[in-house]
Design a protein around this ligand. Structure first.
Ligand code: ADP
Length: 456
């Protein structure tokens, strides 16, 4: 059994159980049938022999057998013999062994194979006639006493192997069909291993899976979908990251060459250093963000929650954006009632708020206004803080609304605003790490509003 497939094991077990059950039923039928036949034989043997005895009399030294003496009744044969064994009257059944001793009033079993008989002897003793034996004989065989039951048993014996064969074939076909998706899973895995092609799927062929194995196959396909998605995203991410890093590196290299060529011209060298400094800051910020995302992906950053005032955190974030806001003559209005405490990682959440505020300023219109409003809600299902950051700047096109959360996605990469498209991906992760949600609504050239919900 050790090296058999599950399919074979199931089929063999199925056939074995079926064989055992039918065999046991058959044995019970045979044994019970035989016992009933034997009991029936004993009863009718005694009755018939006793009746015969009543019909045999000795009158004035003569043995008289009545006219209504019955030699055969209900499968029982009767013979009347002298002590020497000489037959006076009656007939023994075919196959009955002739050399059976006489023993009065005792039922005995004799014969073998198909010719098993019960024998019952009665003795009439008379001085004139000598010993007269009256012998009853009846077959104890089930096929004689209950031919219908015997026929059923014989039929079973023919049907049993056919049933077992059919159950084997049926079981084999059913399990083969049931296990087909598993074979497909194996084939798919082998194909993926051979060609590293993650587009292969099991496709069990059923639209809605009907059994456990089809459910497994569908789950396997879904898992492949997710793995291939994340592979694609990973590839895209690496592409984008290297692209983003290549530009500042190229600029730095060019500036280094330029400075070296004009090493005597202090003004040019200073210019080159300024550009290199700017690009290095950009690179450093990019590397910093990439590291944060990479650690977030590995779940290496676990928010370090402490009870802190979120309004205060928002004020601090707004203050750090003030300089940029002033450059664009943007007014920041914060409406946050003091003393709203939630469990938060101050550094991470502060970074998320700064990201959102600096975006509102970056994409807000000159002379515009950015509002940040905090309110609390105490609805059973959503006890927490709601935070809205709104600007009246360029807005986001509807087609971009879903994508702005993706890493390196910028709705307008050629636009004048500097950026690398990582801020919102980081912000979303921070909010979700606080078990919160973040959403956005916008109307191009009218407004953009980010809505955050953080549970208490
Ligand atoms: P970055 O600002 O560095 O490009 P982000 O991930 O912060 O990257 O934002 C992704 C994109 O979402 C931006 O490029 C911009 O197109 C859009 N976006 C984000 N915030 C705003 C906003 N307040 N108004 C308009 N567009 C926005």
């Amino acid at each position: 059994m050790k090296h058999l497939s599950i399919k074979s094991k199931v089929v063999f077990w199925y056939a074995f159980s079926m064989f055992t059950i039918i065999f046991l039923i058959l044995m019970v039928l045979i044994l019970a049938g035989r016992k009933a036949a034997l009991d029936d034989a004993r009863e009718s043997l005694i009755i018939s022999t006793d009746m015969a005895v009543n019909n045999v009399t000795v009158t004035r030294g003569h043995l008289i057998i009545d006219d209504d003496f019955i030699y055969y009744m209900d499968h029982t044969w009767i013979i009347v013999t002298k002590e020497s064994g000489e037959l006076i009257s009656g007939l023994a059944p075919e196959g009955f062994p002739g050399d059976i001793d006489y023993q009065a009033d005792k039922i005995r079993k004799t014969g073998h194979g198909d010719n098993v008989f019960l024998v019952y002897d009665r003795l009439i003793e008379n001085q004139a006639t000598g010993k007269i034996w009256i012998r009853g004989m009846t077959p104890a065989d089930l096929s004689v006493r209950d031919p219908a039951l015997s026929r059923i048993i014989r039929l079973f014996m023919v049907i049993l192997p056919i049933l077992i064969f059919l159950s084997l074939v049926g079981g084999w076909l059913i399990t083969r069909r049931a296990f087909l998706p598993l074979r497909k899973i194996n084939d798919t895995v082998a194909l993926i291993q051979e060609g590293s092609d993650l587009s292969k799927r099991v496709h069990s062929g059923e639209k809605s899976p009907r059994d456990e194995i089809q459910v497994t196959a569908a789950a396997f396909d879904q898992m492949l979908d997710r793995i291939s998605d994340s592979f694609e995203r990973e590839k895209q991410f690496t592409n984008d990251a290297s692209h983003e890093l290549r530009t500042p590196v190229a600029v730095i290299l060019a500036q280094c060459d330029y400075a070296l060529e004009n090493i005597d011209d202090q003004a040019e060298v200073m210019n080159a250093i300024r550009v290199i400094h700017k690009q290095t800051i950009r690179m450093s910020s990019l590397i910093d963000q990439l590291l944060l995302l990479a650690r977030a992906d590995r779940s290496a950053i676990i928010p370090n929650p402490e009870l802190a005032d979120i309004s205060l955190l928002l004020e601090e974030a707004a203050a750090s954006c003030l300089k940029d806001a002033e450059k664009k003559n943007i007014r920041i209005e914060v409406d946050a009632p003091e003393g709203i405490y939630i469990h938060m990682d101050r550094i991470l959440l502060g970074r998320a708020l700064e990201n959102l505020l600096s975006n509102s300023i970056k994409y807000g219109k000159n002379g515009g206004v950015v509002t940040a409003i905090i309110s609390t809600s105490y609805l059973n299902s959503s006890d927490g803080v709601s935070l809205k950051i709104r600007d009246n700047g360029k807005g986001i096109d509807e087609k971009d609304l879903d994508k702005i959360w993706n890493r390196f996605y910028r709705a307008d990469p050629a636009g004048p605003e500097p950026g690398m498209g990582l801020g919102l991906a980081i912000t979303k992760w921070i909010i979700e790490a606080h078990n919160g949600t973040i959403d956005v609504t916008s109307q191009p050239d009218v407004f953009t509003e980010f809505i955050i919900f953080l549970p208490f």
